[in-house]
Design a protein around this ligand. Structure first.
Ligand code: PEP
Length: 252
């Protein structure tokens, strides 16, 4: 059975002390929750990983980096490799976020390498895909999503896919306040599951967690999470306040 997951993506927000406070507040709230129906993960800047790892109970709250390098080690000034991320005690990495694809020119080929290195380092990958507004309006969005998944993930074995979480994040809904409707999101999640079934068979498709991301908040999470193929969320803005984030965590 696949897991429900709610994962925060703090992006480039909070100082280390602020991040530690936020992570502690999330962990305390998660520990108090009697009837939790999802796993909870916080995605934090590289600078925060060690301190946040110390501040949380990793058995209650998973810890993600927001990126990793496409090399293991060497003369790559400013980069942070997957083994380095794993050595902090983090257990996840977010890859393929549209902001990294757009602003840092991360191609499908680069992401394929990052996925391989992350899995080799023992990290689970939250792999993002999603279309722009233009691609939604010109009708190419399903092809765009299919290509993003095929080009960076479909070289993996069925066993490796057990460590991949997919996040569908329509770019037009990220940080804009415009959420995809629950029906729009469900349509794409079912489509993603069908592509997974074609490539890996029904079992892998059924076992893969597919998150929705894009202006998800406590008010719209229940309707989104009620859909058959939506297994939780990747949360940007609303993950920066423990109360808002917990409002989404408890939305199942
Ligand atoms: C994100 O960037 O992953 C995201 C979903 O952002 P927001 O929730 O702020 O739209």
């Amino acid at each position: 059975m696949r897991k429900n997951i709610v994962a925060g993506n703090w992006k480039m927000n909070t100082t280390v002390p602020e991040g530690v406070e936020l992570a502690k507040a999330v962990c305390e709230a998660v520990c108090k929750e009697q009837n939790l129906k999802c796993d909870v993960v916080v995605g934090v800047p590289f600078t925060h990983l060690c301190a946040v790892r110390q501040a949380i109970d990793i058995n209650k709250v998973g810890l993600a980096a927001e990126n990793c390098a496409d090399h293991v080690s060497g003369a790559y000034t400013g980069e942070v490799s997957a083994p380095m991320v794993a050595s902090t005690g983090a257990n996840y990495v977010i890859l393929g976020h549209s902001e990294r694809r757009e602003y840092y020119h991360e191609t499908a080929e680069i992401l394929k390498t990052k996925v391989d290195l992350a899995l080799e380092a023992g990290l689970k990958v939250i792999f993002c895909c999603g279309e722009s507004l233009e691609q939604r309006e010109n009708g190419s969005f399903k092809q765009v999503i299919e290509d993003e998944l095929k080009d960076s993930l479909f070289h993996l074995s069925a066993e490796q896919m057990a460590n991949i979480v997919i996040a569908y994040e329509p770019i037009w809904a990220i940080g804009t306040g415009k959420t995809a409707t629950a029906d729009q999101a469900q349509e794409i999640h079912a489509f993603i599951r069908s592509i997974l079934a074609d490539k890996y068979g029904k079992q892998v498709a059924d076992d893969t967690t597919i998150l929705y991301g894009g202006s998800c908040k406590p008010s719209n999470a229940p309707e989104l999470f009620a859909k058959a193929d939506i297994d939780g969320g990747l949360i940007g803005g609303a993950s920066l306040k423990a109360a808002d984030f917990m409002g989404i965590v408890t939305a199942f």
